[in-house]
Design a protein around this ligand. Structure first.
Ligand SMILES: O=C(O)CCC(=O)C(=O)O
Length: 284
């Protein structure tokens, strides 16, 4: 077996067993630089438009105003291309299955002082019918405990249970609800500190969170894409959202294999938006 296949097999085995894995140095420095330049451009030109702001003053200060931009792949050809990066596809096709589709991307900016996201499971927000949801979290900066890296509870995907959710008042976290009543302790959690260019893959049932960026300056940027098996329907909509209830949202992009529902066609209904600290409920 060649080294690439061996590496991908090892990562996928950890993904299935522990619910997460880290592909260290998966993106080259020039790929990361290009994604950061594109992230800056989105904050300067697009996010200002999405929030009705002034797009003219595009600098690092502007970038720091936004916690995250949802669906950046609908604004950026580079981010759309990155959905099917070979280092992502090689792990997903082993961890999820041969046929994989993507339905969401998020660009986290998380400037110094910005909050994290409380414990949650992504399948609460993006339900699949076969528990196949998985994320590829691409670090655009070194992610450390003090600037708000991910934390995970290894193995917490195994029971396949979605624990209850509630609103919280903890200022450490943004407005997204928190999971509670799960049978794990804080000591079971581990930080996932990674260098820029690494990809953290995590399962849709894995309990995970991130803390506030406690630094006095600097971003903790990450591009996060969500995927699932193409065999599963995607019964995804938001109460009072732009999309009417559907058993199978076809706003998807195939990144590997065959789409068994291709006969239904593709729609483009999810619109990019900016996530603020407290106003917009998060989607994962
Ligand atoms: O990057 C973060 O701070 C949180 C990301 C997260 O929880 C997610 O993508 O589900």
């Amino acid at each position: 077996m060649d080294q690439t296949a061996e590496r991908a097999d090892r990562l996928a085995a950890q993904y299935r067993e522990e619910g997460y894995c880290v592909a260290e140095g998966a993106l080259r420095p020039d790929e990361i630089t290009a994604l950061i330049d594109e992230a800056m451009r989105l904050c300067r030109e697009e996010a200002a438009k999405l929030t009705g702001g002034d797009a003219a003053r595009g600098d690092a200060h502007d970038m720091g105003r936004f916690l995250a931009i949802h669906f950046p792949h609908k604004l950026s050809a580079l981010m759309r291309e990155t959905l099917a990066h070979p280092r992502i596809v090689e792990v997903l096709t082993r961890g999820i299955g041969p046929n994989v589709k993507c339905m969401q991307s998020m660009l986290f900016i998380k400037n110094a002082g910005k909050p994290g996201q409380a414990w949650h499971q992504d399948e609460d927000f993006i339900p699949t019918r076969d528990r196949s949801l998985g994320a590829a979290w691409i670090a655009l900066d070194d992610a450390t405990i003090d600037n708000g890296c991910l934390w995970v509870i290894p193995g917490s995907q195994r029971p396949g249970i979605l624990w209850p959710l509630r609103q919280h008042q903890n200022p450490e976290y943004d407005s997204a609800p928190e999971s509670y009543d799960y049978p794990y302790r804080d000591e079971d959690a581990i930080p996932v500190e990674v260098c820029a260019g690494s990809i953290v893959f995590f399962h849709g049932h894995l309990l995970h969170k991130s803390l506030r960026n406690r630094r006095t300056s600097g971003f903790r940027r990450a591009l996060v894409n969500h995927y699932m098996s193409a065999e599963s329907l995607l019964p995804w909509w938001r109460p009072n959202g732009p999309i009417p209830p559907t058993q199978d949202l076809r706003d998807i992009i195939m990144v590997a294999g065959h789409d068994p529902y291709a006969y239904k066609g593709i729609v483009d209904v999810n619109r990019p938006y900016v996530r603020r600290e407290s106003a917009t409920p998060a989607m994962s």
